[in-house]
Design a protein around this ligand. Structure first.
Ligand SMILES: [Fe+2]
Length: 205
């Protein structure tokens, strides 16, 4: 059985277009051909499936519809993990997952732009990493600190745009609640594994 994710794709598109006044968002939108065919993928559960539901209360009015649309389909999507416990420890793996909605391996076929969602549980640090593709993150929940390049960690609100140019290092640190973020990649290999340069600095309870 294949699941129809058209509504989730429409919710992602509507949200992105609502941010289209921003030049970075507009640049990504210009590269997205929305007539993308579906790709049949087996569902694969996220390590902690309860995380998605918990993200809803941390959304803003603007980001909530997309988070709800994702949570409604959360159990049917193919969630992935780039890392293993050997990279960042079992606690990270139990509190981390992403799903590509469209791209070279996602639920819809797109060879130019990839888009999906990242989930991190509370008290998680995703150390410094970088990749060739240009990336736009839009956290759908508030409460997570983000670092770009050599900047200090900054608390980002739900709906803030976090733009990483090609090969710019970035890291995230969640607070008491989980993170749900929309991501977009373009301009590099869309299924590349990030190069990790950071290490988890402190044990998280
Ligand atoms: Fe990234």
């Amino acid at each position: 059985m294949t699941t129809n994710f058209d509504e989730l794709l429409a919710a992602l598109r509507a949200y992105l277009e609502s941010c289209g006044a921003d030049p970075v968002v507009a640049g990504f939108l210009a590269d997205i051909d929305w007539t993308m065919p579906a790709r049949a993928l087996e569902s694969k559960a996220i390590a902690s499936s309860s995380l998605l539901d918990r993200t809803i209360s941390l959304t803003s009015d603007a980001t909530r519809p997309l988070a709800v649309a994702l949570a409604e389909r959360g159990g049917e999507l193919r969630w992935g993990q780039t890392y293993t416990a050997a990279d960042f420890g079992q606690h990270f793996i139990d509190n981390y997952g992403w799903v590509e909605l469209f791209g070279t391996r996602g639920h819809f076929v797109n060879e130019t732009v990839a888009a999906g969602f990242l989930v991190l549980g509370p008290g998680i640090e995703y150390p410094d990493h970088h990749h060739l593709a240009e990336e736009l993150y839009i956290p759908l929940t508030g409460g997570t600190e983000w670092r770009r390049g050599d900047e200090a960690f900054r608390l980002r609100a739900a709906g803030e745009l976090v733009h990483h140019a090609s090969n710019v290092s970035h890291a995230m640190r969640t607070g008491d609640g989980p993170l749900l973020a929309l991501y977009l990649w373009r301009g590099g290999p869309l299924a590349a594994k990030s190069t990790v340069t950071g290490a988890i600095e402190q044990a998280k309870g």
